[in-house]
Ligand binder design. Structure first.
Ligand SMILES: Nc1ncnc2c1ncn2[C@@H]1O[C@H](COP(=O)(O)OP(=O)(O)OP(=O)(O)O)[C@@H](O)[C@H]1O
Ligand SMILES: [Mg+2]
Length: 583
């Protein structure tokens, strides 16, 4: 169960854990001792006027409270220490696991829900595993101690009190079930809040220009209101359960006083015994109340743990290959590959057969949505094909160690990803600090990025802002190209890598690339046909299939798909680069 699993995380810290438990036992014992002290105090000092008792009792009380203070501090501090340690490890494990989850997982999860798990759910577990444990262990011990003392004093009265037990147990069980259900909804709604906020923050420009504030605010209001309602339900349940439970306990108290003051009883018990019993009983109420309220925290913790372990149990990327590779030659072969995304029905790639020689430059063209990006993203194993196989240097890519395979590939994607760091670190991403500046500059030069970097006040050390917000689209793209060039991998994938550049920059980068592509296998996707005329092979795709394949001149001469794409693009040169249909 989740508890056992959580405790597994606490195991390395068992010494401190055990010490806190010991401190709690002492703490609980002081409560019972206090109730027990009532008997000699009343009987000895008030009834019998025994001088020894009168002297010792006040000292005993001070001693008791000192012991109580120290053990109370140590138990809470120790438990919190262990709890925070567990949370820290859990959070790290979640984060590291998230880095290893396959691309398909991210397709179907919202980042808001994931962030909420990492931020909110983990805190819920922190509460359950520290304060809850403290309360549960300490209070059950206190209750056990006090009950034992009550039985020792007078078992008949104690049994009367115990009769209320089943009622309380029933109530608590009912309340628990409700808590658990509501907790799940609260956590989901926190995810909703994070998600709504995240989208609004990211999309702020679109929201402004299309006047989406009202719409966005409505979405946020909805999730926010759901969150509030669930919290109020939780509070209502908790606060209603407390007085009901206290009423049950109060009735027991009344019954006991009634019983104890009956003539037959009065003869048997002393004032001290009676007072001590009543004190023990009233002292029971506080831990009982805490135990019942703490259940909401426990339930929150359980639901949160389930959500966290659910994430941790999501299967990571399959990395079962064992073949190591230093540097591939770059021969790639797609053998009858078909692929479908889990999220959408229908095949995106069908029976792809493609043979690429080392050092060749292969260009992919075709309509938007024809599967070009999907095809190249199978190579670094962002997804694994449903059927068929892909080989690199004659070896199935699934047989390579994932890290080695990806080391062979540099990629400039359709969406450039920059981190909120310096330009130099973004270019050297993955090897920050271990690459010398001259190499970074050379890569930036080749990508024609140095032109604008030089003009920046801090040059390579300029921070680019979140997602590179401080740069223009074309500048971002050039940094991405520089990053790929610096990696110097035998396989280079350029997915619309120059789409945001002006024609002149694109020409210059083409020239630089021409040098670079010579000794590496390059896969280029481009909508602007002019950029790919020099490719060794042009692959024309349509609806997930390869419909044509050959050199520029051959394909033009054939008068098929490529020729018609070419004709359309050059018929209206002004719109060619932006028209999605022409692709
Ligand atoms: N992560 C995804 N999950 C589900 N379906 C996807 C995903 N990515 C793409 N698709 C679908 O797969 C099909 C092919 O998409 P792909 O991105 O490969 O096209 P493309 O040829 O690169 O298009 P473009 O030229 O517009 O970039 C599309 O119909 C798209 O809806
Ligand atoms: Mg694409």
């Amino acid at each position: 169960m989740v508890y056992r699993r959580l405790l597994g995380y606490a195991r390395p810290y068992w010494k401190i854990f055990a010490a806190s438990i010991v401190a709690m036992v002492i703490l609980a014992a002081t409560d019972t001792a206090f109730a027990a002290l009532m008997k000699p105090m009343l009987d000895g000092s008030f009834v019998n006027k025994d001088p020894d008792t009168i002297r010792i009792i006040p000292l005993a009380i001070i001693g008791l409270f000192m012991l109580r203070g120290v053990s109370g501090f140590l138990s809470s501090y120790g438990m919190t220490w262990v709890g925070r340690q567990v949370i820290n490890n859990l959070r790290r494990e979640m984060f590291e696991h998230m880095l290893r989850l396959p691309a398909g997982f991210y397709d179907k999860s919202s980042s808001g829900q994931l962030i909420s798990k990492l931020v909110y759910d983990v805190e819920q577990v922190a509460e359950a595993s520290t304060s809850v444990l403290t309360v549960v262990v300490r209070d059950t011990l206190t209750i056990a101690g006090l009950l034992a003392w009550m039985f020792y004093l007078n078992w008949m009265l104690a049994i009367t009190f115990m009769l209320t037990g089943p009622f309380i147990a029933f109530l608590v069980a009912y309340v628990n079930r409700r808590f658990r259900r509501i907790s799940g909804r609260i956590q989901a709604s926190m995810g909703g809040v994070t998600e709504a906020a995240g989208q609004a923050i990211e999309g702020q420009r679109v929201i402004k220009i299309f006047g989406g504030q009202r719409h966005q605010a409505d979405i946020f209001d909805d999730v926010n209101a759901v969150n509030r309602r669930q919290h109020m339900k939780m509070t209502a349940t908790r606060e209603a359960s407390v007085p009901v439970i206290q009423l049950v306990a109060g009735s027991a108290l009344a019954g006991i006083i009634y019983l104890a003051t009956m003539d037959s009883m009065l003869a048997k018990i002393t004032v001290g015994t009676f007072m001590s019993f009543i004190v023990a009983m009233t002292m029971l109420l506080t831990p009982l109340k805490r135990l019942t309220t703490i259940h909401s925290a426990i339930q929150r913790g359980i639901v949160a743990s389930e959500s966290i372990f659910g994430l941790l149990d999501c299967e990571a990327e399959k990395d079962t290959g064992t073949v190591r590779i230093e540097r591939a030659r770059g021969a790639i072969e797609y053998d009858n590959v078909s692929f479908a995304y889990a999220a959408t029905k229908g095949r995106v790639l069908e029976n792809i057969n493609l043979k690429i020689e080392p050092g060749q430059t292969v260009a992919f063209v075709g309509r938007s949505g024809s599967g070009k990006t999907t095809l190249v993203s199978l190579l670094p194993r962002f997804y694994d094909p449903a059927m068929g196989s892909i080989t690199l240097d004659g070896c199935d890519i699934r047989d390579f160690m994932l890290e080695d395979l990806r080391n062979q590939i540099a990629l400039v994607g359709q969406d450039v990803t920059l981190f909120n760091d310096t330009i130099a670190n973004n270019i050297a991403y993955g090897r920050q600090g271990s690459v010398n500046e001259a190499d970074i500059m050379r890569a930036a030069e080749a990508a024609h990025a140095m032109e604008f970097i030089r003009k920046l006040p801090q040059g390579l050390q300029t921070i680019v802002g979140e997602k590179g917000m401080m740069l223009s689209g074309g500048q971002r793209q050039r940094l991405a190209i520089a990053r790929a060039l610096l990696k110097d991998a035998p396989v280079l994938i350029l997915d619309e890598a120059t789409a945001s550049l002006d024609t002149e920059s694109e020409r210059l980068i083409q020239a630089a690339l021409a040098q670079l592509v010579r000794n590496r296998t390059t896969l280029i996707i481009a909508h602007r046909l002019s950029t790919i005329e020099q490719a060794d092979v042009i692959v024309v795709m349509d609806h997930g299939r390869i419909v044509e394949q050959g050199r520029h001149a051959e394909l033009l001469a054939r008068g098929g798909h490529y020729a018609s794409l070419h004709r359309m693009q050059f018929a209206s040169p002004q719109t060619a680069s932006t028209d999605a249909e022409i692709s």
